[in-house]
Write a protein that binds this ligand. Structure first.
Ligand code: SAM
Length: 380
């Protein structure tokens, strides 16, 4: 499988989407720092949730999590990995889809856990491939080599089936989002890209030739009171009020996520409620409302100050990268001004840059080592 871009972790975790800035591999570092600072589990806001990896890990360690992001696919993952708490028994679905129901027959309570896996298998191979809107636009036949024709039709079929099941009220909300997250991640594993969707590759990568699979993950049942938000971090911080921990992991550079992940965004939104217009060689969707101030050298420092102003958090942790658009001095100054004691601490983790992406982008870097930085301030 091809690697993730330079400013993310160096290689994809098994099922998780390849995502710039995905913190899956840095979770041990983050949790060590939280422990070292003596911060006890309470209410946290994972303000730039992306794949929801951080909110999910916080939930698993006893935190009540609010998470937020601008993107729809992130909202889907927040719902699947942070909000969802129960495994659906799929009784209504089994009654409506007899061939699926038959595969549940005679199961006892232990095997009932496997119903999620059976439904995932059904979405992988039980539904007939569909030559619908997605397949016609994001396949080799459609002129955009993001997926092989067969895989594009299978993704189309799985997403369309989920839409129909939801319309017919055959799935709980939790089940819908868990399965939709699995479709997005299954598509990502076989996408013919270098890790982001800004371009497809003009010859088939080995991962793209593998068959599409849906592998749904059972939810964490520890905290049934977590909340997902699809909204700007600042607005959500204001709305959630007093909390224990704000975790800030914003975009680091000028690349807008909306343009880099339009394919997962389209799968998350679906294409069933009116015409979707696609632009250009890569099939971009309208994204004017998704442009982030955090990707702008001019606006990001003020966005940080505004977020620190409105949050009701007692502690703040900021993940940042040594090559980010906010200079170290500006970041420290903003945190210092917001801190109750005027102090800022910084923890560092070094990791290797993934070479292929930096070469593809034709950018110049001083070294192959990037430092992931974690800043801490006590706010009240
Ligand atoms: C570095 S990534 C976060 C990665 C995440 N921690 C993970 O492990 O997957 C930054 C995220 O910020 C989101 N974002 C950008 N501007 C935002 C804003 N104003 N409010 C909320 N989220 C925003 C992007 O969509 C992207 O998912």
């Amino acid at each position: 499988m091809v690697g993730v871009p330079a400013d993310g972790v160096d290689e994809p975790a098994s099922l998780t989407m390849r995502y710039i800035g995905n913190k899956t591999k840095l979770l041990p570092f983050l949790t060590r720092v939280i422990t070292r600072l003596g911060i006890q589990p309470g209410v946290a806001h994972d303000a730039f949730a992306g794949t929801a990896a951080v909110g999910r890990a916080l939930k698993a360690t006893g935190w009540r999590v609010h998470s937020s992001d601008l993107m729809t696919y992130s909202y889907v993952m927040q719902r699947a990995y942070v909000v969802a708490s129960t495994v659906d028994q799929f009784d209504a679905l089994a009654a409506a889809v007899p061939s699926l129901g038959a595969s549940f027959a005679g199961d006892d309570s232990a095997v009932r856990q496997n119903r999620l896996a059976a439904v995932s298998r059904y979405l992988t191979t039980g539904v007939a491939p569909l030559d619908g809107f997605f397949a016609q636009n994001f396949s080799a036949a459609g002129g955009r080599m993001y997926f092989t024709d067969d895989n594009a039709r299978r993704i189309d079929a799985a997403r369309t089936t989920l839409h129909e099941w939801r319309e017919r009220a055959l799935l709980s909300d939790d089940a819908f989002y868990i399965l939709l997250a699995a479709v997005i991640e299954g598509a990502d594993r076989i996408a013919n890209t270098a890790g982001v969707y800004a371009a497809f590759i003009k010859s088939w990568q080995s991962n793209a030739l593998r068959p599409f699979t849906v592998v749904a993950e059972p939810p964490i049942d520890s905290r049934p009171d977590c909340v997902a938000h699809q909204a700007d971090a600042e607005l959500v911080a204001q709305a959630v009020g007093p909390i224990d921990l704000l975790y800030i992991d914003p975009p680091y550079n000028t690349r807008q996520y909306a343009g880099y992940y339009h394919v997962p965004e389209l799968i998350a939104r679906g294409w069933f409620s009116g015409e979707v217009s696609l632009r250009g060689k890569t099939g971009l969707i309208a994204d004017d409302d998704l442009r982030s101030a955090w990707c702008s050298r001019r606006d990001a420092p003020n966005a940080l100050r505004r977020l620190l102003d409105v949050t009701g958090a007692r502690h703040v942790l900021v993940s940042y990268n040594s090559e980010g658009v906010i200079a170290d001095a500006d970041l420290r100054a903003a945190l210092r001004d917001a801190a109750v004691d005027g102090k800022v601490r910084r923890f560092t983790k070094r990791y290797k840059r993934y070479r292929a992406d930096s070469d593809r982008e034709g950018r110049q870097y001083k070294s192959d080592e990037v430092r992931e930085l974690l800043y801490y301030a006590r706010l009240r």
